[in-house]
Design a protein around this ligand. Structure first.
Ligand code: HPA
Length: 280
């Protein structure tokens, strides 16, 4: 947690300039990697790395499995920026700090954002090792990065999120899923604050509210990305059945170890998808 002033638009611009000054890559697609999903980085060629600690105004990460490194390289022919490590509200970051790296990528020229995360499975189809393509979300974090003093340079104050997850990208993702043979479904993600996992009663309630998978991230970045006009695709890797839906107790270690396996599937999926993501 920084505790200092929340970085704003000018700081995001300076951070983006720093990144572009330290890489030849001019990223068109941004990827945010969730817990334990770092094996996805194998797809990146000629990659350079910049630790978050060197990028001006970037918050620092603290959770195991979130390294805090920006990778810039080419994925196939597509110039890509990958954020390995994200900030979470449960770490004590302010919503605008959580969204800051996303905003920096937008300032650096990224037009399409792929957000990944680990999630607990609520829907029957959400078995460990499967993927969920976000159709929509429920924001139950009690926070929104767009709240607070408004700087019109970020985008609109009242952002329409009735189609937060780009229809065309979802269609392409489904095609790629079929080509890769990975287990996948489309569904609604509910974001909670964490860091405790949910109670079985909460999961029963969330299921009734229409949630298919549950996690503690992603939504702040998506809201900031939509305000900046980015096309968004979000994919959750289901690491466990949510609380009360299986006999095994939930553990972060399990989330990381399932993530390692599904990370390889996710890499294959992104390999197939990336040419399409680079198009618009
Ligand atoms: N709940 C919340 N977040 C998670 C879970 C879960 O069961 N699994 C991975 N991230």
């Amino acid at each position: 947690m920084t505790g200092s002033k929340i970085p704003g638009y000018d700081e995001a611009t300076r951070a983006a300039r720093y990144i572009l000054a330290h890489s030849k890559v001019r990223p068109r697609v941004g990827v945010i990697l969730g817990s334990g999903l770092s094996s996805v980085l194998g797809g990146l060629r000629e990659a350079g790395q910049i630790p978050y600690s060197r990028i001006p105004f970037f918050p620092k990460t603290s959770v195991a499995g979130h390294a805090g490194v920006l990778h810039l390289g080419n994925w196939g022919k597509v110039p890509v920026a990958v954020l390995e490590g994200r900030m979470h509200l449960y770490e004590g970051y302010k919503p605008a700090e959580v969204a800051f790296p996303t905003r920096v990528l937008a300032r650096a020229g990224v037009g399409t954002l792929v957000v990944t995360c680990a999630a607990g499975g609520i829907a029957a189809a959400a078995s460990p090792g499967s993927f969920m393509i976000f159709r929509d979300h429920l924001n139950y974090q009690g926070a929104n990065p767009l709240a607070g003093p408004h700087d019109a340079r970020w985008g609109e104050r009242f952002v329409d999120v009735s189609e937060a997850y780009d229809r065309g990208l979802r269609r392409e993702a489904k095609r790629a899923v079929r080509a890769c043979g990975v287990k996948c479904f489309a569904g609604v993600y509910v974001a909670l604050l964490g860091p405790s996992y949910e109670t079985p009663a909460e999961i029963r309630a969330l299921r009734r509210l229409g949630a298919d998978a549950v996690g503690m991230s992603t939504v702040p970045e998506v809201l900031a990305a939509r305000q900046a006009g980015l096309r968004v695709l979000a994919i959750a890797t289901i690491s466990n059945r949510a609380a009360g839906l299986s006999r095994t107790p939930l553990s972060h270690q399990e989330v990381l170890s399932v993530g390692k396996k599904t990370g390889r599937d996710l890499a294959r999926l992104l390999d197939t998808l990336m040419p399409k993501l680079g198009e618009a």
